[in-house]
Ligand binder design. Structure first.
Ligand code: SAH
Length: 224
């Protein structure tokens, strides 16, 4: 898989991909994450990428031209399954959306800033819009990193235990059961007996019951 992230603040995207699972996935060649600085695509004397909004109002708007030149440049190198603008009014990122994106080959994630991008970018240059929640961030970078993380961890070979992503919350419409590790007793607080029993069928049943119980208590919306 190949993910290009277009941003005017490339440094914001350095650390999410330089540690742990995502770093390993990149080093293993399972995914290629390319952070693309938008600014060099500006033809302006000062490499400006934003300007005042027509009609007035507070906040700068990202100009279409650098974004168009950047996307055109990328499209000349490969074909993209989706060109996604990160946007608070986009389609909500959910596990099924992450699952679907993980099957794609080439993706562009476009990060907005300030008041967002010129509407013509949304009308003509992108194929899809994704939001990570009903709140407004100052830029699309953190949102793009969230999307990339949710997608990359699903790629075959990224997680050590291949079934691990399948037992996470939301994959089966339930939230995950509680988990424990050593010591089996701490300050008198005990790990449920069944998990120490070695009885696989009973453990599976217990996990399922706990998942169901948790989903009923915390996320009844998932059951309806
Ligand atoms: N004026 C816009 C918000 C702009 S926020 C509005 O009211 O809708 C600046 C940028 O941050 C956006 O262009 C977008 O790329 C990103 N962003 C902000 N909140 C986001 C969210 N919840 N999900 C995804 N991207 C978001």
């Amino acid at each position: 898989m190949h993910i290009d992230i277009i941003t005017c603040l490339p440094r914001l995207l350095e650390s999410p991909f330089s540690d742990s699972i995502l770093k390993r996935a990149i080093n293993k060649g399972l995914v290629n994450v390319n952070i693309i600085d938008l600014r060099p695509y500006s033809l302006g004397k000062h490499k400006e990428i934003d300007d005042y909004a027509f009609g007035g109002g507070a906040g700068m708007v990202m100009m279409i031209e650098p974004i168009d030149r950047c996307i055109s440049d990328l499209k000349s190198k490969r074909e993209y399954d989706d060109i996604i603008y990160m946007s608070p009014d986009g389609e909500m990122l959910t596990q099924p959306v992450a699952n679907e994106l993980s099957l794609k080959k080439n993706l562009i994630l476009l990060c907005g800033h300030y008041k967002g991008v010129d509407e013509r970018v949304r009308e003509h240059l992108i194929t899809r819009e994704i939001s990570i929640g009903n709140y407004v961030l100052s830029g699309g970078e953190l949102a793009a990193a969230v999307v990339a993380d949710a997608v990359i961890r699903l790629l075959p070979g990224v997680l050590n235990d291949e079934t691990s992503a399948l037992t996470d919350s939301f994959q089966d419409g339930l939230v995950a059961p509680p988990v424990y590790t050593r010591p089996s007793e701490y300050k008198g607080w005990k790990v449920p007996e069944v998990l120490l029993s070695g009885h696989e069928a009973k453990i599976t049943q217990w996990k399922y019951e706990k998942s169901l119980e948790r989903t009923k208590n915390r996320r009844p919306d998932l059951l309806s």
